[in-house]
Design a protein around this ligand. Structure first.
Ligand SMILES: C[S@@+](CC[C@H](N)C(=O)[O-])C[C@H]1O[C@@H](n2cnc3c(N)ncnc32)[C@H](O)[C@@H]1O
Length: 385
């Protein structure tokens, strides 16, 4: 737990998934800066409906709820990340705000939701991907009045060139603040006309072959990832299975191509990104005619999967969580895979060769076969004895 002190009050916040790294806290200077500036807005005392985008662990949403305490009001917290929403649910409970979730004063909305009522003020934690920011702002813009305000902020090192243009095109005239504790804010006044939400991008897997569609916040949304491509070339070497999991599925490319070869396979697609799951469902409907035999679940890897419930797991694991690079999540996925696989079940994994997955899998499963490798990636198969 870290103590987050804002101009509004204090909160006990914990990251989710939890971490042993003491340098990682559940809030940053951009959260504090956004809250400071929120209180100084002339429109704040009358604001009743507040939107929050991309709150990572609940600092922005829960502090704003604290500030709304003495007046009627509701708060809509939009996020593409199931993990971020789970962090908010847990931190709401730990700080006495669980009832606000139940009574709708605090509403958790996924990244594909478009607000159906007006918003007075929107706080945006600027995401890594400007394509995703543009998508979010296009979804929000129809809910903004001429006097609504958008305050967007992030640590300076997370800001991408082109940010101003996105804010001005999607919302309207935009003013940048001075930097404060290495964070910067942008205040956008509503003047731009609403624009249609960008259509998902797509790419062809091979000339004349399968076309895959990708919502804005997708990993590798404009072309097939080279690691995934190497794994796909090994599909012939994989056992025929019915209960198959595409773990960290993204647009579903691994599971869907496997299912094309093995029509009896029933896939469980898992990802923590709502846009990833929406893309996988869209692609399943287009490739297989309907998504029905398959399931699409938002969650933290295999945490909610029953032991001995899968015959095959396909995985191109994440190597970062938002801005933090690391293999904690991937390592958890490998450990859980062993639990979730049936006897003789297999995990097929592609990863950067320098991450040493070969020795990790050997340690966990007692075996590990190299199916393919190139200068950057290895494709590995481990069998549960
Ligand atoms: C390297 S991408 C692979 C995507 C896809 N399988 C492919 O091959 O193109 C990793 C995916 O892991 C997802 N992810 C990250 N952390 C996760 C977690 N804790 N649980 C489930 N999915 C997660 C990301 O949203 C991303 O879609």
């Amino acid at each position: 737990m870290t103590l987050f002190s804002s101009p509004i009050g204090t909160l006990q916040l914990q990251r989710y998934p939890t971490t042993d790294d003491p340098s990682l806290q559940a809030w940053d200077a951009a959260d504090s800066y956004l809250l400071q500036q929120l209180l100084q807005q002339p429109g704040w005392p009358a604001a009743r409906r507040i939107g929050i985008c991309n709150d990572r662990f609940g600092a922005l949403s829960l502090a704003t709820l604290q500030a709304l305490a003495a007046r009627p009001g509701e708060l809509l917290s939009f996020s593409d990340s199931w993990l971020a929403q789970e962090a908010l649910r847990r931190n709401a409970a730990a700080n006495g705000y669980a009832a606000d979730l139940v009574n709708g004063r605090l509403q958790l909305c996924d990244s594909l939701t478009e607000p159906d009522k007006e918003l007075d003020i929107v706080l945006v934690k600027i995401p890594k991907s400007l394509a995703f920011l543009e998508d979010q702002l296009c979804r929000l813009r129809p809910a903004l009045r001429a006097d609504s305000l958008v305050l967007a902020g992030a640590l300076c090192r997370h800001l991408a060139p082109g940010l101003n243009t996105v804010l001005e095109d999607c919302i309207g005239s935009c003013q940048a603040s001075l930097a404060w504790k290495k964070a910067r804010l942008f205040q956008a006044r509503v003047s731009a006309a609403p624009r249609p939400v960008p259509t998902p991008t797509d790419y062809l897997l091979s000339p004349g072959g399968v076309r895959l569609r990708n919502h804005a916040n997708l990993f590798s949304r404009t072309r097939l990832d080279s690691g995934s491509a190497l794994l796909l070339q090994q599909l012939d070497q994989l056992p025929a299975a019915t209960q198959v999991i595409d773990l960290a599925c993204g647009n579903g490319v691994l599971g869907l191509l496997y299912a094309q070869r093995h029509p009896a396979a029933r896939l469980l697609f898992i990802d923590e990104s709502h846009m990833a799951l929406a893309s996988a469902r869209l692609n399943a409907t287009e490739l297989c005619g309907c998504a029905a035999p398959h399931r699409f679940v938002a969650g933290d890897g295999l945490s909610d999967c029953a032991a001995a419930s899968a015959e095959l797991i396909l995985c191109n694991p994440p190597f970062h969580q938002q801005h933090e690079v690391g293999d904690d999540t991937a390592w958890r996925m490998l450990r859980h895979s062993r639990r979730v696989l049936k006897k003789n079940g297999c995990l097929c994994l592609v990863g950067n060769r320098h991450l040493g997955y070969h020795s990790k899998l050997k340690r966990l499963f007692g075996n590990c076969q190299l199916l393919a490798s190139d200068a950057r990636f290895v494709v590995l198969l481990a069998r549960k004895a």
